[in-house]
Design a protein around this ligand. Structure first.
Ligand SMILES: [Zn+2]
Ligand SMILES: [Zn+2]
Ligand SMILES: [Zn+2]
Length: 162
């Protein structure tokens, strides 16, 4: 879909456009792959798309219990595993937290641009932005890539007097 989606993570924007897009992508993916979008799967995903800040497992559990989903940690972890296995959610190792995929249903190597001040994250497509790693001239087939780029976003650097 829109390639400038990830750009909005670090700008003031109408987030309902983002969340509608995320919702449409998970619904489409589950429909095409015959996967059941159970209420809990839907809920965990919905919690993750409220902003562009990745959430830890305990933050997700917290929101679940506050909002009346009394799920035990193992069940919530199973839901997260399901979402991750299907590429709908990524785990950001460096932050030990989870974020909804911005390119669900498209084969891609996720790369994360992380603001170390506000923790907002933009997902970019690693194979487009680091083409050398995925080029055939390197004679290498990537099986797993975790690209995490940290820095300061414009909203934080504008605000900071430092
Ligand atoms: Zn947004
Ligand atoms: Zn992704
Ligand atoms: Zn920031």
């Amino acid at each position: 879909m829109s390639s400038n989606h990830s750009m909005s993570s670090f700008k003031k924007h109408d987030h309902s456009i983002c969340s509608d897009r995320y919702k449409a992508s998970i619904e489409k993916y589950c429909h095409q792959n015959n996967l059941e979008l159970t209420p809990l799967r839907q809920k965990v995903f919905e919690i993750l798309i409220r902003g562009h800040k990745p959430l830890g497992a305990y933050e997700i559990l917290d929101v679940l219990s506050k909002e009346g989903f009394s799920s035990s940690p193992p069940i919530a972890y199973r839901v997260l595993d399901f979402l991750i296995e299907n590429g709908l959610v990524h785990k950001i190792q460096g932050l030990n937290s989870f974020i909804a995929c911005a390119y669900a249903g498209c084969a891609h190597i996720p790369a994360f641009v992380i603001c170390r001040k506000c923790d907002n994250v933009a997902e970019i497509r690693g194979e487009e932005n680091i083409p050398k790693a995925s080029s055939s001239s390197l004679d290498f087939k990537i099986e797993n890539a975790m690209i995490e780029i940290s820095g300061v976003c414009s909203m934080c650097s504008d605000a900071g007097v430092a």
